[in-house]
Ligand binder design. Structure first.
Ligand code: FE2
Ligand code: FE2
Length: 295
């Protein structure tokens, strides 16, 4: 099995048109690892990419981001939100764009890109919301972790179309969760494929860890709190919003199999009361989808 896994990842690594990230992401990552970086020097670098500045300001001022004060410059955003939050916002916007570039190519009919993003954006918004409200984990880390947690599914669908179709059909006919169907078809799970590209992109460690651990939370890991939140948000979104990958034929009630046991245990009160508060979050998710999907 380990050999098959290594072979599969080698095949993936050799794909020539894997998406790349804009240089600014690497530069911002480097600067944030340097203790001498100042708000001024960071702002100057980000301001060179006006397209990302505009998107970033719209994002931080949107109602779904939940800030009370209006932010009008990169410098102000860095002061109010902090360096790490700025990095996570830039990573969210850039990776979303890079992954969308792949989707210009033709995919199989079974993969519904818009539904895929609606799920991911839903998990991102709900992860941030749960983190804010429960005072657990870092809200912006949770947002970007939620946005990218399933990117391995998108990569499978576009680069390993036949395998994706087999996983999809098996999950549909046997009423399985996607990752259980994956087990029978591909030697590598979507969390490992996502992790592989995230590593190649040199994304921050918290993010690569959360992508890897979103279905296999390790107690005591450095991203334990974020992993718990993202898995909880994933389970709640899958329970309430049916889509082509979750095989939920009776949406509206919590379905235990969508949650990791450690997340369910820790977030039990939030999960059990979700029917009361989820409708409000659904409106915020709708706004976020409009922002990212440009509706
Ligand atoms: Fe997943
Ligand atoms: Fe998911």
């Amino acid at each position: 099995m380990e050999n098959k896994k290594a072979d599969f990842l080698k095949k993936f690594d050799m794909i020539r048109d894997l998406p790349s990230l804009p240089a600014i992401v690497m530069k911002v990552n480097q600067m944030l690892d340097d203790p001498y970086t100042t708000i001024d020097s960071l702002s100057k670098v980000i301001e060179k990419d006006q397209a990302i500045v505009v998107k970033m300001l719209v994002l931080v001022n949107s109602p779904f981001f939940g800030l009370r004060e209006e932010i009008s410059s990169v410098k102000e955003a860095a002061i109010v939100l902090g360096f790490d939050a700025i990095r996570n916002i830039i990573v969210s916007l850039s990776t979303f764009k890079a992954l969308n570039n792949i989707t210009k190519d033709q995919c199989c009919d079974q993969f519904k890109i818009e539904a895929f993003w609606k799920h991911s954006i839903g998990v991102a918004v709900l992860s941030k919301h749960l983190s804010d409200r429960s005072n657990n984990a870092d809200p912006e880390k949770c947002f970007v972790g939620g946005l990218l947690h399933d990117m391995g599914k998108l990569l499978t669908a576009y680069y390993f179309m036949d395998e994706f179709k087999r996983v999809y059909e098996l999950a549909r006919t046997e009423k399985l969760i996607y990752r259980d169907a994956e087990r029978a078809v591909i030697p590598v799970f979507h969390n490992e494929i996502g992790y592989f590209l995230a590593k190649k992109w040199k994304l921050p460690t918290h993010l690569t860890n959360t992508i890897y651990a979103h279905h296999g939370i390790k107690v005591g890991s450095s991203t334990f709190e974020e992993d718990i939140i993202v898995n909880t948000a994933d389970g709640i979104i899958n329970s309430y919003i049916p889509d082509f990958l979750n095989n939920n034929t009776s949406p509206g009630k919590i379905i235990g199999r969508y949650f990791e046991p450690s997340a369910h245990k820790k977030m039990r009160l939030w999960i059990e009361s979700s029917s009361k508060w989820f409708p409000e979050v659904k409106i915020i998710i709708h706004d976020a989808c409009n922002f990212f999907l440009g509706k």
